[in-house]
Design a protein around this ligand. Structure first.
Ligand SMILES: Nc1ncnc2c1ncn2[C@@H]1O[C@H](COP(=O)(O)OP(=O)(O)OP(=O)(O)O)[C@@H](O)[C@H]1O
Length: 631
């Protein structure tokens, strides 16, 4: 089987909850361009399939056809059933299955023969029984997360020290092995039956729970009454807290019904956006005052006025315009076409509302048709449009809030705010994601001249784990021609400036400029439009095929051991910016070249070697290339 055939076979056994999540997996395109497929030198070495609502079964036989497979992540999905027979994938280096519904006992020999396995993350599942003895014997194991399961029995003795261990919130019992006695006690918390160092409970203490003998605790001990008092006090406090929480919640739940007026910082107050009904009422009042006979006309218009948000995603909790207008809001920034606001709904859901001012190019039907087209797009690296609102004089797009804001902020503002800059592995991850998202847009919006059309660093948003999400894509057909020419990124390309035309490769030019911005830390808009020089020619004039520190953003940190890869990316960036469109790479070639890049020379480790933490996708150590020591 080829890699492509093996992955497509594997796909057959999956049930994909998120519509179109694996739409890019089709035999017409190379697997290295598919969403979640990670390649090295053209071979598939990783599948990163997270947050896709996947269920069904994990077809290990099919995966064993991927001879270069080293890393697998199915985190944050809905897989159920027993632990799959991963030991058939003996070359795996990392396995991430946290936050699923898998359960049952894991056989003792489940990890036998997995001599390369370094990272095993099975947290927040429903596994029961003993911790499999074979996992403790893995010769290269560095990370083990089993927290949030129902493992019982004693903790096995590990062959060597781990970098990361979490066994909390299980039902483990007995003495903690001597070799773990210096570990942070948090690793063991939530296991009532454990004893010994680093915990304070001594193993010969009669007060530790040894299920099922826990009821046989001696009551005569002098510490007995103390313990009972402590338990009663804790329970009382818990009950009081619970009552306060419930009262508070019911108060909060009532808020929207009580609120007649929108709050002082509501979206409506901030923006002055009005519902159609409301504007109609206002106009009616005005007409009435003027004494004109337009009420009939208004009434007729009301029949066609859209007063509802149109949802493009079925998998989302619905809310209406009124909920949005009442939501507390803050402005995120103003672009060329209007402003973006973060709105926090009463349910706590955070949405971004973009108010577009320059969208008069299309009538209602055309607008709706186009929105439906954009709404069908689904890719790991695209920010989905959740809903839209159309009225002649008001157009809103509603999207998810991206936690880390735009790439532009992360590249150019974070340092001055005292926040850490992006290291090279993170920058490479972002470039790879952007390229994949762009490739997907080109596949799925083939009729558009420039399927993105407005690629720039403020239109690349970053998730918690620094996964890039493209936004403001596919909008050229809706934007006023004149404004589009003045403001949209595609219209700053050499082909537009010289020949007044844009093509599919115009997006590749946008990708090239973005790559150069990511590597140099220079903001492209700072290169004066009136002068001949743009970012690409500035880089060209200072780049002679060898490492030149003055070209690169110092914020990347130390770059030894990865300079070769950085130079390769710089060259790809320049090739994407080639002024002659014929000579410029096309999107497929660009993606292929970018996919071949590695974090450092000779590195074939997994994608979490530097993005290890599940809470912060950035390098856990703020690593430079020098300090990565996992390979
Ligand atoms: N979904 C989102 N999540 C988080 N931040 C966002 C989101 N959308 C926009 N932003 C922030 O709001 C700012 C303004 O975005 P907006 O799209 O309105 O303008 P822009 O991207 O700067 O310019 P343009 O109008 O040319 O696209 C962005 O720089 C970004 O930091």
């Amino acid at each position: 089987l080829s890699d492509s055939e093996a992955i497509l076979k594997f796909k057959e056994s999956l049930v994909v909850g998120q519509e179109n999540a694996l739409a890019s997996w089709n035999a017409k395109t190379p697997p290295c361009t598919w969403s979640g497929v990670l390649c090295n030198g053209g071979s598939v070495w990783g599948l990163q399939m997270e947050n896709l609502e996947l269920s069904g079964s994990i077809d290990i036989e099919a995966l064993s056809g991927l001879t270069s497979l080293r890393t697998l992540s199915f985190m944050n999905n809905k897989f159920e059933g027993p632990f799959p027979d991963f030991k058939k994938l003996a070359a795996l280096k990392s396995l991430y299955l946290s936050n699923n519904q898998c359960g049952g006992d894991i056989p003792g020999d489940a990890f036998e023969g997995m001599g390369w396995l370094k990272k095993v993350h099975l947290a927040q599942n429903k596994f029961t029984g003993q911790i499999p003895s074979s996992v403790a014997k893995l010769p290269k194991l560095l990370e083990l997360r089993l927290d949030g399961n129902q493992f019982t029995g004693e903790i096995p003795e590990f062959e060597h020290q781990l970098h990361l261990l979490n066994l909390s919130n299980n039902a483990l019992t007995g003495p903690i092995p001597e070799s773990l006695s210096m570990t942070d006690p948090k690793v063991f918390e939530g296991n009532k039956g454990l004893c010994g160092k680093p915990l304070e409970t001594e193993c010969d203490s009669p007060y530790i729970e040894h299920p099922p003998q826990s009821e046989a605790r001696p009551k005569s001990s002098s510490r007995g009454p103390l313990v009972i008092t402590a338990i009663v006090a804790a329970l009382t406090i818990l009950i009081i807290l619970g009552v306060i929480f419930l009262l508070n919640r019911s108060y909060k739940n009532k808020q929207p019904h009580l609120a007649v007026e929108t709050g002082p910082s509501s979206l409506q107050k901030k923006t002055g956006i009005r519902e159609a009904d409301q504007s109609r009422r206002d106009r009616k009042k005005a007409d009435h005052r003027k004494g004109s006979g337009t009420t009939k006309r208004m009434g007729a218009a009301a029949g066609v006025e859209n007063t509802k948000l149109s949802f493009l995603r079925e998998d989302r909790e619905k809310f209406d315009l009124q909920d949005l207008l009442k939501a507390s809001a803050e402005i995120l920034g103003s672009g060329c076409f209007g402003a973006s606001y973060k709105a926090v709904l009463s349910s706590g859901q955070m949405m971004v509302v973009k108010r577009f001012k320059q969208m008069n190019n299309a009538g209602r039907d055309e607008f709706q048709e186009h929105m439906k087209r954009l709404g069908r797009l689904m890719h790991h690296n695209l920010l989905s449009i959740v809903a839209y609102y159309y009225r002649k004089e008001e157009k809103l797009l509603v999207c998810d809030f991206a936690e880390r804001g735009s790439l532009a902020i992360n590249l150019h503002s974070n340092q001055s705010l005292g926040k850490p800059s992006l290291d090279w592995p993170t920058r490479l991850k972002i470039v790879k994601g952007v390229a994949k998202g762009l490739f997907y847009l080109h596949q799925d919006l083939p009729s558009l001249m420039a399927p993105h059309g407005h690629l720039k660093s403020s239109n690349v948003l970053l998730t918690k784990t620094f996964e890039p999400l493209l936004t403001d894509y596919g909008l050229i057909p809706l934007i006023n021609q004149e404004k589009a020419q003045m403001h949209m990124a595609a219209y700053r390309s050499p082909e537009y400036l010289q020949h007044r035309r844009i093509t599919k490769k115009t997006d590749v030019w946008g990708l090239g400029i973005l790559i150069l911005e990511i590597l140099t830390g220079k903001f492209p808009a700072n290169f004066s439009q009136s002068s001949e020089e743009d970012l690409a020619s500035w880089v060209n004039s200072g780049f002679h095929g060898v490492w030149a520190p003055s070209l690169f953003d110092k914020g990347m940190g130390k770059t030894s051991h990865c300079e070769g890869q950085i130079l390769k990316l710089l060259t790809i960036g320049l090739n994407c910016c080639e002024p002659d469109v014929e000579k410029r790479l096309d999107i497929g070639q660009a993606v292929e070249k970018i996919e071949e890049l590695k974090e450092r020379e000779g590195d074939d480790d997994d994608f979490y070697s530097t993005y290890v933490s599940e809470t912060d996708g950035r390098s856990s150590k703020g690593v430079s290339c020098e300090s990565i020591s996992f390979a």
